[in-house]
Design a protein around this ligand. Structure first.
Ligand SMILES: [Zn+2]
Length: 220
């Protein structure tokens, strides 16, 4: 299925949102974000964004809406509507099949609440077969330092998330844990090895908590 991931290049937003920021909620000038979004729309057609809240709500999109649904995953069976997930360190997960596609926001909470399992089940209910996953750039297991308590909590249900920083402090490897979950569901995948914190081409909340958002976009 057609899909793409954006990075910081070729937009009009000024620092600290420079330059291809796609998020309206982060303090950037609205007209800059609208201009950046228009560039993307010119490439892929109407794009449904969502109001992401680190929850596990999933919205099936049948018609494009100007008011973004509050959820952390979008699914569609409709041609002509692109789905976008916005991130700055979390994993932008795109799920493709011949007749159903989805865009999913997978951060620490999304991994913990198993939003991906819910999305896959809903896609299958809608007729999806042979789902293929693509993980865009996200923060890596050596950069995503967390408290011992949070590491313990996440690793209790997702042991593959266990990681340490270069300084050997507790960390989480969200991409590895998500890949393990996908494999356990029999889903094929490809995953970016780029770390958003280390690569300045990407917005990273851990690098600078006032920043823009990268996007993953998929459509039928
Ligand atoms: Zn890293």
């Amino acid at each position: 299925m057609p899909a793409l991931f954006t990075d910081r290049r070729q937009g009009v937003s000024l620092a600290p949102y420079d330059s291809f920021n796609l998020a309206l909620h982060v303090g950037d000038h609205e007209e800059s974000v609208r201009a950046n979004r228009a560039v993307l729309t010119s490439q892929v057609g109407p794009i449904q964004y969502m109001n992401q809240v680190h929850g596990d709500a999933v919205t099936v999109v049948e018609h494009f809406s100007d008011s973004d649904p509050t959820c952390d995953a979008l699914i569609t069976t409709t041609r002509g509507i692109a789905l976008a997930v916005m991130v700055a360190d979390c994993i932008p997960l795109l799920l493709a099949s011949k007749s159903v596609v989805a865009a999913v926001h997978v951060g620490r909470k999304g991994l913990h609440n198993d939003i991906t399992t819910k999305v896959v089940a809903q896609m299958q209910d809608l007729g999806a077969k042979d789902i293929h996953a693509t993980l865009g750039a996200s923060i890596c297991g050596r950069c995503y330092e967390v408290s011992q308590a949070i590491q313990d909590e996440v690793c209790a249900t997702h042991p593959d998330a266990f990681s340490l920083t270069r300084e050997l402090t507790p960390a989480l490897d969200l991409p590895r844990a998500l890949v393990a979950a996908l494999v356990s569901m029999g889903i094929s995948y490809e995953a970016s090895s780029t770390c958003t914190l280390e690569d300045p081409l990407y917005f990273s909340y851990r690098r600078h908590n006032i920043t823009g958002r990268n996007a993953g976009v998929i459509w039928l």
